[in-house]
Design a binder for this molecule. Structure first.
Ligand SMILES: Nc1ncnc2c1ncn2[C@@H]1O[C@H](COP(=O)(O)OP(=O)(O)OP(=O)(O)O)[C@@H](O)[C@H]1O
Length: 356
């Protein structure tokens, strides 16, 4: 999994003079599962459509194995797409839907039958070949749509929020299925979602986007544990983000106290964002704690309790398996390894870090 399959080189896109992509630089490796993740409107779908050839960039190049792809029409690209609203042909049964593209290619019938059968097995729909597609559940229909795209044996599959229309339980199942399908076929998957959990579960690489900029590229662990700025930290998981000042290496001040941290490389007296995940704050007896506060609210979240703890300068979100009581004075402690220091978030982006 090392070769660059696709390169996006300084891609810019404007709609009616409005910049939507502001210089996207990204390489995609052969056989990887890469996810474009970001809030609604950040430009994920536009990026995907440019890769698919459904949209032309205002400037910049799309390369496929080093060759410029800009002027190659979608049907000549070794790329296929699965959309959120899987447009299946309602008058064709499951097998006929999957076989459709192969018929267009005038493939011999026995070969088509073999490929369709393999696809039905791959997506877990063996025995459904003669079913009317309109009689299938949403998840089953989406499997047919995926099989229909995969049977064409593209090098790359583009998936634009393909699970968006499914309920939560089915989504989880399909996430697992898609990952398995991607691994067993070795096809490069470029996946678009605004759901951070989905991105963390499925991807080899996550590209976090905001307002037409890439904010960070990395593995799920990198992105979760080492977000480059407060935007990524906040978007990828709930976080406490506090204004702070770097006093000197490994000493940061926030909430008027000084804390030891492990991050370094910031100048003295640099204003920074201090990011602490809710699960990294430990409730401790007040006399031993670094910070003290009052529990303002408690919500049971299934696996943990989410508590808001108001200290003198900041209200922290704390996740704990132990339930406190509203109004109680508690202490909060945090390990130096769990204090993440970031340069002040540049909301317009520009800050991009690649770690892979
Ligand atoms: N054909 C178009 N004409 C004009 N504006 C467009 C066009 N396509 C997209 N846009 C605008 O570009 C911006 C980015 O859209 P895009 O669909 O790429 O975002 P996204 O990150 O995929 O969001 P979502 O998750 O909501 O689909 C939006 O503001 C959208 O309105």
């Amino acid at each position: 999994m090392s070769k660059h399959l696709i390169d996006l080189v300084n891609i810019k896109k404007e709609f009616d003079g409005e910049p939507i992509l502001r210089g996207i630089n990204l390489y995609i490796r052969d056989k990887e599962f890469i996810t474009l993740l970001g809030p609604s409107g950040c430009g994920k779908t536009t990026t995907l459509r440019i890769i698919g050839g459904f949209e032309t960039p205002t400037s910049g190049d799309v390369l496929f194995e080093g060759k410029r792809l800009n002027d190659v029409p979608p049907y000549k690209r070794e790329i296929n797409t699965v959309f959120q609203r899987y447009a299946l042909f309602p008058h064709l049964n499951v097998a006929e839907n999957i076989a459709f593209g192969l018929h267009i290619r005038k493939m011999p019938a026995d070969e088509i039958a073999r490929k369709v059968s393999r696809m039905l097995e791959l997506v877990g729909l063996k025995g459904f070949e003669n079913r009317d597609v309109t009689s299938l559940s949403g998840g089953q229909q989406q499997r047919v749509a995926i099989a229909r795209a995969l049977v064409m044996e593209p090098r790359v599959l583009l998936l634009d929020e393909p699970l968006g229309a499914l309920d939560l339980k089915l989504r989880k199942e399909m996430q697992f299925e898609l990952k398995r399908i991607q691994q067993s076929t070795g096809i490069t998957f470029i996946y678009v979602t605004h759901d951070q959990e989905e991105a963390l579960t499925m991807s080899d690489t996550i590209v976090v986007m905001n307002r037409g900029h890439i904010q960070q590229i990395g593995t799920p662990t990198d992105i979760y544990n080492e977000p480059v700025n407060a935007f990524v930290a906040d978007f990828i998981g709930e976080s406490n983000i506090l204004p702070g000042t770097m006093l000197k290496d490994r000493l940061v001040r926030f909430c008027t106290h000084d804390f030891v941290c492990v991050d370094e490389g910031f100048g003295e007296m640099t204003p920074v964002d201090v990011v602490i995940r809710p699960e990294d704050l430990k409730i401790t007896p007040t006399e031993q704690a670094q910070l003290t506060g009052i529990v303002e609210s408690i919500v049971f979240k299934g696996v943990h309790y989410e508590m808001m703890v108001r200290t003198e300068h900041f209200t922290f979100t704390v996740h704990s398996t132990q339930c406190e009581t509203v109004g109680k004075a508690v202490g909060l402690s945090v390990d130096p390894f769990d204090i993440h220091i970031m340069h002040k978030s540049e909301q317009e982006g520009g800050q991009m870090e690649e770690k892979r």
